[in-house]
Design a protein around this ligand. Structure first.
Ligand SMILES: [Cu+2]
Length: 277
């Protein structure tokens, strides 16, 4: 900020410096000595540098001003109300108190950063918007279509989605952990269970960790998940493997052994179900 102000001050001095330049112009009528030539060159160089700096400062300050105007807009009427009405807008907004952010435009790209205690009510009536929000608490209402909301390290306290093709991703905010034991009884005793088994149900956007242990004292077994871990891993007796990923693809995915073993048939029908909620 101080960096900024310094540039702004300089730009407001531009006019002063130009006036300094005037007397040196008048000296051009007089015979020029080496010293005055050097002086003119120095003054011209200085004015050029300051003008360029001023232009950059003006551009940058204008950009900042835009953001400030956006947050000021909401401060009237008690609660903070921020409306994003145009299309194809790109905005980054930091909030240190509760606010309602209403997005009525479409194709907007909005990044919100919340102080940890702040709750934002996100009200999206437009379409094809891409909104990310970090930290804080989120209350999301969507009546538009095809919007994407990414929540990072934040808590979803409410959601009311009535449009179509809207997605709320939650990364970092929600973790789920599974342990999968390989043995002569298959995956988590799948030999004695009905298929599919084991079943791992997660929510789209969750961070998933699967701890895989080979409890078989004799042979190796494999572990793979369709789409998420097609290459798979082979674990020798006693080995274990941790896999962590974001469940970013909706659907039902097969969990299976990808190497030949004597209990292979019992290790072909695990399920990872990635659900919308
Ligand atoms: Cu196998």
């Amino acid at each position: 900020m101080s960096y900024f102000r310094e540039y702004c001050d300089r730009s407001s001095h531009d006019t002063v410096i130009l006036r300094v330049g005037e007397p040196s112009e008048s000296t051009m009528t007089a015979p020029q000595t080496g010293t005055s030539k050097t002086l003119i060159v120095l003054v011209v160089a200085l004015v050029t540098v300051i003008t360029i700096a001023g232009v950059f400062a003006a551009l940058y300050f204008g950009y900042l001003n835009n953001i400030l105007r956006t947050s000021e807009h909401g401060q009237s009427g008690g609660g903070q109300m921020i409306s994003i009405t145009g299309n194809y807008q790109s905005q980054s907004i930091s909030l240190d108190r509760n606010a309602t952010v209403s997005v009525t435009g479409s194709y907007d790209s909005i990044n919100l950063t919340l102080a940890p205690h702040v709750t934002v009510s996100l009200d999206i009536t437009g379409n094809f918007n891409h909104i990310s929000s970090r930290d804080g608490y989120e209350n999301v209402t969507i009546t538009g279509n095809s919007n994407t909301v990414n929540l990072y390290d934040s808590i979803l306290v409410g959601r009311n989605v009535s449009g179509n093709n809207n997605i709320i991703y939650r990364a970092g905010s929600s973790f789920v952990h599974f342990t999968l034991v390989m043995s002569l009884n298959g995956y988590n005793d799948s030999r004695t269970q009905g298929f599919p088994w084991p079943k791992m149900n997660v929510t789209l956007g969750e961070s998933v960790t699967i701890h895989v242990v080979n409890d078989d004292s004799v042979q190796a077994h494999g572990f793979a998940i369709a789409h998420y871990f097609d290459s798979g891993v082979t674990l020798r007796p006693g080995e274990s493997y941790d896999m962590t990923f974001i469940a970013d693809q909706l659907g039902t995915f097969n969990v299976y052994c990808n190497i030949v073993c004597t209990v292979h048939v019992y290790m072909q029908s695990g399920r990872l179900n990635v659900n919308l909620s």
